[in-house]
Design a protein around this ligand. Structure first.
Ligand SMILES: Cc1cc2nc3c(=O)[nH]c(=O)nc-3n(C[C@H](O)[C@H](O)[C@H](O)COP(=O)(O)O)c2cc1C
Length: 177
């Protein structure tokens, strides 16, 4: 039983989530494919889980290219999709903008793994932007008009666990669990 987890992480959140997911799947033969380092092919695996971070509403372009190039192969096997983002209330919008509808329809699960805002892990403008987003959220309590309802994002371990158990269910239903 070979499982492929394809991901990209800029400041480490996605990587932390993927590490937790692979611990949950420790009884299976899991290969991690960080698209910043290498490309592994869905056709060589029994199931695929794919996800990454959102910057300016979008997945990184290598991941978008990967999705385009290997959609056909991903449609032929169990597929789980996830995103990490700072604004969880925009999650549905990010799914619509970044994953082709046919992949979402095919996936046994599409879910947010949460997000983190870690300026200390970023550089230059990215660091500045993360500081600004953090302080906007922290100052939200000062706004009486409920102008900001956003809360500091966190990783959602229960969603990662759900991905692991749904994958196991999907493998069983195709007789490979
Ligand atoms: C340059 C930059 C742009 C970002 N843009 C968005 C965005 O448009 N929407 C959002 O929800 N989060 C945004 N974020 C937050 C990231 O999606 C969030 O920090 C996520 O956890 C990053 O995952 P990573 O640590 O694996 O890179 C942005 C972060 C950076 C650094």
């Amino acid at each position: 039983m070979r499982i492929l987890i394809v991901y990209q992480s800029h400041t480490g959140t996605v990587r932390t989530c993927v590490e937790q997911l692979s611990r949950e799947l420790s009884r299976l033969d899991v290969d991690l494919c960080d698209l910043d380092e290498r490309v592994l092919l869905p056709a060589d695996y029994d199931a695929v889980i794919l996800g990454g971070y959102i910057h300016a509403d979008r997945l990184p372009k290598e991941m978008t290219r990967y999705i385009k190039a290997f959609s056909e192969d991903m449609l032929k096997r169990p597929l789980g999709l996830f995103l990490c983002c700072g604004y969880l209330d925009n999650y549905e919008d990010y799914v619509r903008k970044n994953f082709p509808a046919e992949l979402v329809d095919h996936a046994f699960l599409t879910i947010p793994f949460g997000g983190e805002l870690k300026p200390e892990k970023a550089r230059g403008m990215d660091r500045l932007l993360l500081r600004i987003i953090r302080s906007t959220i922290q100052n939200a309590a000062d706004h009486n008009e409920h102008e900001y309802t956003r809360v500091m994002p966190e990783i959602l371990p229960e969603n990662i666990n759900r991905m692991a158990s749904m994958l196991k269910g999907a493998l069983q239903s195709i007789g490979r669990g």
